[in-house]
Write a protein that binds this ligand. Structure first.
Ligand SMILES: [Zn+2]
Length: 222
């Protein structure tokens, strides 16, 4: 059975100084002025969540909480080799708080996700992330939500709406980069799917020479 908010809070651990530091930088860039957000480390969640929960010191008070799975953050940080990847995750969660969402830790209503994605792009621009670094976030979203993509891509590409939300936020935050880099990250998805799944793209032709042409055409330019 999935953990409830109360389970998460009860078993939550203090974040590392490093995590607090990075979160502080996100809040500063966002110019966040709302109620204090409590950052926790938790092994009961898959990646990161934001919700409101009774405070440990005062169970009557509902406080905004962001919890992160430390192994997830380590993976993201290490794989992306850029501080902006984990910052985007934290900014996304802060976006939920900032927009007054009170989510169940395991539900992701699409419209609310779009708002949080917009905020993530907005904060990334404020952090002066380069277009290349912002594109990382797109790849990250894809990596996290990959299994859903396989169901969605054929009919309703929700994931692409999420990418567009990040891009809108990026522009609203003053990101002046050409969207080309971001576009390229998007274009890469059918290629990745074709390489490993062939779910959203037609399977390669049997003729090896024709297959070579298909792969060359699908290969992203970067
Ligand atoms: Zn979210």
């Amino acid at each position: 059975m999935p953990a409830t908010k109360m389970d998460i809070i009860a078993a939550a651990q203090e974040p590392t100084a490093f995590a607090l530091d990075r979160f502080g930088a996100v809040m500063k860039a966002a110019r966040y002025t709302g109620p204090q957000v409590w950052l926790y480390k938790s092994h009961l969640i898959d990646n990161a969540v934001a919700f409101h929960a009774p405070a440990r010191h005062d169970p009557q008070a509902l406080i905004p909480v962001i919890a992160y799975n430390p192994w997830f953050m380590t993976t993201v940080d290490f794989a992306a080799d850029s501080k902006f990847a984990t910052m985007a995750v934290l900014a996304h969660e802060l976006g939920h708080i900032r927009n007054g969402h009170d989510l169940d830790p395991y539900s992701y209503p699409p419209d609310l996700e779009l708002q949080a994605d917009h905020y993530s792009g907005f904060v990334l621009a404020r952090l002066k992330a380069s277009p290349h670094q912002a594109a990382l976030v797109h790849r990250l979203i894809f990596a996290i939500h990959g299994p859903n993509v396989l169901q969605e891509c054929a009919t309703h590409p929700d994931l692409f709406r999420r990418f567009e939300a990040v891009q809108r936020g990026w522009r609203d935050g003053g990101g002046r980069a050409s969207v080309k880099e971001l576009r390229r990250a998007l274009d890469r998805i059918p290629y990745e799917l074709a390489r490993w799944h062939f779910t959203c793209a037609p399977p390669p032709p049997a003729d090896p020479r024709a297959r070579g042409r298909l792969v060359r055409r699908a290969r992203p330019r970067n």
